[in-house]
Design a binder for this molecule. Structure first.
Ligand SMILES: C[S@@+](CC[C@H](N)C(=O)[O-])C[C@H]1O[C@@H](n2cnc3c(N)ncnc32)[C@H](O)[C@@H]1O
Length: 366
């Protein structure tokens, strides 16, 4: 399967015709492929697909109302093994009707769709059949109190990361000001922008190796009017923990010495061990940037340089919070003890809302 082709399909809603999307999907997606849940959607109480088939025949002869079209697409999604078929079509229909509120759909159930809406629905429905995540189809997603613009292949923020931000907020000392934090791998900007939204006396330096992620973070920062205390760099944290700055994307107050004497460092790095990358659901492996996910052989490829970087660049009393794989906390504890016993101390492992060990908290001692 070609990620490039799928990405092309994903970014060209306007110019790729429905027939082309159908052909592309048929050539790329094995029909029997199991699909897992992507993110925060609730599990759908699905109905029997035989009921769907006979229902669809009937629906084809009926009016093209919102309710009928939603039922038709729900059945199609279900029969093609798309996860969360009901949530998927509700979100897509709401988008087609120009609302983000699922509740608003109910009042429009009997309204007939106009030709333009039917075509848009067809096109977006085909994208979902091609396993494109709904977040990319509708182009935005709620993260905590923020509505973020999203586009493939930039990583879709996960619900666990909302928990992660809670832990960061609990640890930031609001009595001292201003607090300077660095985020390594900002993606769409979810973490940094949430912190800037919640804490007034924080300056966030957000970096990402992917220039498109930086562009998206900047677009979100501007839309949300959160750019004032944001410094955004297209930069890579290298294996040897050197920060390679490629360009300064946003630095409204011309700050210098960005990444020294930091009060805190946060990161949701790529942490999936390489061998698990190809076991991911198609929604992820086809559409999301592999470099945002692949943590190397042990999943610690970026975590190791982050520890080294933190040991040098945090202020005494500063902290590092990481989102990691559930197998990582013990390994990270060992690394801190073996390599940085004089500079860092491993404080806590926190669980996410699924009760999985997910976040590690580390302090700079001297
Ligand atoms: C899992 S995503 C997290 C994105 C965002 N923070 C979130 O939680 O939604 C990891 C991000 O790290 C970036 N990244 C990967 N390796 C990097 C490196 N060596 N230096 C800087 N950023 C990196 C990727 O481009 C990706 O955007």
């Amino acid at each position: 399967m070609s990620l490039r082709m799928i990405s092309k399909c994903s970014s060209l809603f306007g110019s790729v015709g429905t027939k082309e999307l159908k052909r592309l999907r048929e050539s790329l997606i094995p029909r029997h492929e199991p699909v897992l849940l992507l993110a925060s959607f609730s599990q759908d109480a699905s109905t029997d697909s035989t009921v769907c088939r006979s229902h669809e025949l009937k629906l084809n002869q009926e009016k093209q109302t919102v309710a009928h079209m939603m039922e038709r697409w729900r059945c199609r999604f279900e029969s093609e093994g798309i996860s969360e078929p009901k949530d998927s079509i509700e979100l897509i229909m709401a988008h087609v009707l120009g609302t983000t509120k699922i509740d608003a759909l109910k009042s429009q159930h009997q309204r007939e769709l106009v030709e333009e809406e039917i075509q848009k629905l067809e096109q977006l429905g085909e994208c979902r059949l091609s396993r494109m995540p709904v977040q990319y189809i509708i182009g935005e997603w709620d993260f905590r109190d923020l509505k973020l613009k999203l586009e493939p292949p930039i990583f879709i923020p996960r619900p666990e990361t909302e928990n992660f931000v809670d832990h960061v907020l609990q640890r930031i000392d609001c009595s001292k000001s201003p607090q300077r934090g660095l985020e390594i791998g900002c993606g769409s900007g979810a973490i940094s922008l949430s912190l800037l939204h919640s804490v007034k006396n924080v300056i966030m330096i957000a970096i990402d190796t992917n220039p498109h992620a930086c562009e998206l973070t900047l677009r979100n920062a501007r839309e949300l009017a959160l750019g004032e205390n944001l410094i955004l760099l297209n930069a890579t944290l290298n294996k040897d923990a050197a920060l390679e700055i490629k360009s300064e994307c946003h630095n409204p107050k011309s700050h210098k010495n960005f990444a020294e004497n930091l009060d805190f460092i946060v990161s949701n790095p790529p942490y999936i061990p390489t061998e698990n990358i190809f076991k991911l659901q198609l929604e992820i492996s086809l559409y999301e940037d592999i470099r945002a996910l692949d943590g190397g052989e042990d999943g610690l490829k970026l975590i190791k340089p982050i520890l080294k970087f933190a040991s040098r660049r945090l202020k005494p009393g500063g902290f590092l919070l990481l989102e990691v794989d559930s197998s990582h906390p013990e390994k990270i504890k060992d690394l801190v003890r073996d390599l940085y016993a004089n500079e860092l101390s491993f404080d806590f492992t926190h669980k996410d809302f699924r009760d999985v060990d997910r976040f590690v908290e580390i302090s700079k001692t001297v």
